[in-house]
Design a protein around this ligand. Structure first.
Ligand SMILES: [Fe+2]
Length: 407
């Protein structure tokens, strides 16, 4: 019996090491948080899991998974408690783990000693009609030991699907995952801050390049890609690799605008032929920045820069390599000569422009914008990508609302 337990433990340790290695390469914050919760749940057979991130002195729900609630509210719907933030103090389980910087495992949250500094934050259970009976809370800290957030796994299930208790081996495995996740999260947050800063600088040239716009376009593109990749049976490992770099690469697709005079972007009304040519120069100016692209993120960013103004019917720009070298007579890329990532970004970028205010137009509502996109099927846009866009329109609509323009 002892041997069997040791065997199970070593299998769990090996799996934890493999999952931790996978987390260590990730750079997208959202995907990293989601995978961290998934892996921690996998190792402990937990029905639910959450990550809180420390923001402005509060613990904000950053991601949450709950198999039981997903069955009642639907996979695509947001869980009902996502709007809650917790105080950074000892009164809640997550708050205690965060403020004391220690793992806290409570296997019967409804019978905590009244003298304990913490109690279970039952409002979340009441709101969602779910009983979080066993909760393990693990602080996520930077290499220097500063708090970034808290990982929680909730309700480990036994073979019959009943809620059991977390074991010391669960604690060990999940601590391992949390350490790897924290190291990657520190890098990913830093990288995201750098990209956000670049976008803010870009907004100084083109007021339409707001962080709201680039985030909406980035996460809509990621969602359309997921759907397209599933439909086209792209292997899971390739999908995850692309999803890890696509949002940040998308956020940088217009970085070449930094080299274009501001007056071009702020001019009311239409641009003349010369002004249009200058404006279109932002594509090659941006691509030049990534001429020595080495990493997957840099390579995809360059691809997106070069392809996002191409059109399915070949009437886009900047066209093939002839034009990149400054030679005349180059034609735009056509159909599948344009990368799938560029074809997806073209739709997300135009859709967001249609739905929002621009210097030259008032916002159109989502249904009119969708209709306008559909009319460009086979002309501006890849028909297959338009179909993907249409089939996940409700999800895209939620992304649009998640990243509003600042008042
Ligand atoms: Fe552009």
């Amino acid at each position: 019996m002892k041997g069997a337990l040791q065997g199970a433990q070593s299998k769990k340790d090996v799996l934890a090491a493999q999952l931790a290695a996978e987390l260590s390469t990730m750079i997208d914050v959202e995907l990293l948080l989601d995978k961290t919760v998934s892996f921690a749940r996998l190792l402990s057979f937990a029905e639910a899991g959450t990550i809180y991130l420390l923001e402005e002195g509060k613990l904000r729900f950053a991601t949450s998974q709950n198999d039981y609630l997903a069955r009642s509210v639907g996979e695509e719907d947001e869980l009902p408690f996502m709007g809650y933030n917790l105080n950074l103090d000892q009164t809640t389980l997550a708050g205690y783990a965060a403020s004391q910087m220690e793992i806290l495992t409570v296997n019967d949250t409804y019978n905590i000693d009244s003298n304990a500094p913490y109690q279970h934050f039952k409002i979340i259970d009441t709101t969602s009609n779910y009983f979080s009976r066993a909760i393990m809370s693990i602080p996520l800290t930077t290499f220097a030991g500063e708090l970034m957030g808290v990982l929680q796994v909730i309700n480990p299930l036994d073979a019959k699907g009943n809620v059991g208790e977390f074991s010391s081996s669960d604690e060990k495995a999940i601590f391992f995952i949390a350490q790897s996740a924290a190291m990657s999260l520190e890098k990913a947050l830093l990288l995201r801050s750098s990209v956000t800063l670049t976008v803010q600088l870009l907004a100084a040239v083109d007021p339409m390049e707001t962080t709201g716009h680039v985030q909406r376009v980035a996460y809509m593109s990621a969602e359309i890609y997921s759907h397209w990749a599933a439909k086209n049976k792209v292997p899971n490992s390739e999908r995850d690799e692309i999803k890890d770099v696509l949002p940040l690469a998308t956020m940088l697709h217009d970085v070449g605008k930094c080299w274009i005079p501001k007056e071009i972007f702020t001019k009311p009304g239409r641009l003349d032929v010369n002004e249009r040519a200058i404006m279109e120069g932002h594509v090659l100016a941006g691509a030049k920045l990534f001429s020595k692209a080495n990493s997957p993120l840099e390579r995809l960013t360059k691809t997106l820069i070069m392809d996002h103004h191409e059109r399915w019917d070949g009437r886009g720009y900047p066209g093939n390599i002839l034009k990149e070298k400054g030679e005349q007579g180059a034609k735009g890329k056509k159909g599948e000569e344009i990368s799938i990532y560029g074809r997806i970004l073209a739709i997300a970028d135009v859709y967001d422009a249609l739905c929002n205010r621009k210097t030259y137009k008032e916002p159109f509502d989502e249904s009119l914008s969708t209709q306008m996109l559909d009319q460009e099927r086979g002309y501006h846009f890849d028909p297959d990508v338009v179909d993907c866009f249409m089939s996940i329109q409700p999800t895209l609509s939620k992304i649009m609302k998640r990243y509003p323009e600042p008042e």
